[in-house]
Ligand binder design. Sequence first.
Ligand code: ATP
Length: 353
Amino acid sequence: MKILILPGDAIGPEITAVTKAALEALDFRFGLGLELVEREIGLAAFKNVGRTMPEDVMEEIRDTPTTILGPVSTMDYPPEAQGADNPSKAIRKGFDLFANIRPSKTRKGVPSMAKSMDLVIVRENTEGFYADRSMFMGNGEFMPTPDLALAVRKITAEGSNRIARAAFELARTRRKKVTAVHKGNVMRVSDGLFMREVRAVAEEFPDVELDDVIVDAMAARLIRHPETFDVVVTTNMFGDILSDEASELSGGLGLGGAINASNERAIAQAAHGSAPDIAGQNKANPTAHVMSAQMLLQWTASRSGDNELTNAAAHLEAAVDSVLADPANHTGDIGGNAGTREFGEALVKAIGE
Ligand code: ATP
């Protein structure tokens, strides 16, 4: 199985090196026949070929159902017109990866604000308030006059229906509870449509409980009672914000793995950004990136029914848990002194045990 690896910007290459070593160790142990192929994107690609998301890399992603995307420093990119596309947008919109699946859970040995939590945020990934991806042509943000800025939020029945379905299907494999988050008291039309579709899908899943919470109340409830949530489904921007909150509650941004998925393919991409403040210093926590790759293996195995891949994915998560259980392996963001490379070495060792 070919896995395309795109390291990205800032801490991207450092955390990618750990994930790559972990996949090689897993391949050695389980004989998965992985072919790991690395390609340049982001600022490195811009420097070399004048594009942050080169067309040949997009083509290769199209031909490779399993891809791991590193974090990208889009704030440092030149204007899009000069060849600096946002790679996140390019893949999410380009491959219609409508579901951003972001789990957050407390892990043994990892200091966390939450006593205990194990939830998954299922975030709509292709519409909402994301100005750069919600229009067929043009942009969802515009300035009619120098002192007036407007933003259009796109919510469709189809987009809401398919993200709700992804959430209910996931809940069926977990604790069978979906919480839909919206601002329907103010955005009556758009979030009204979102909730109409969530409720319609819920009818098809009578075994799964549905409740709904207004987004501001959710921000508070998540802090007070994170353990009460199982699967949370919401629109793009709310999901982006709440998933960072959930990640922090579970221990930190460096822990949250994630995948972007459609019904046909998934691309691993950690929930955090490129953390330029700590780039190149051997300080980044690679857990989120490794766990994103783990989710990709699990997602692929669940589609193909490959038992060995299922076992390998479970083994990788257990190895991550065992490394995190020892504070000597903790990076600075979670209160430890270990470096990115040292974490990687401990992980490779744990995979082999
Ligand atoms: P984006 O907008 O792409 O989400 P951002 O700049 O808002 O990115 P991040 O880069 O995700 O935010 O992270 C904010 C801060 O959290 C970073 O500057 C860094 O200090 C810390 N951080 C994020 N990811 C990690 C990680 N993997 N390891 C250690 N610290 C991290």
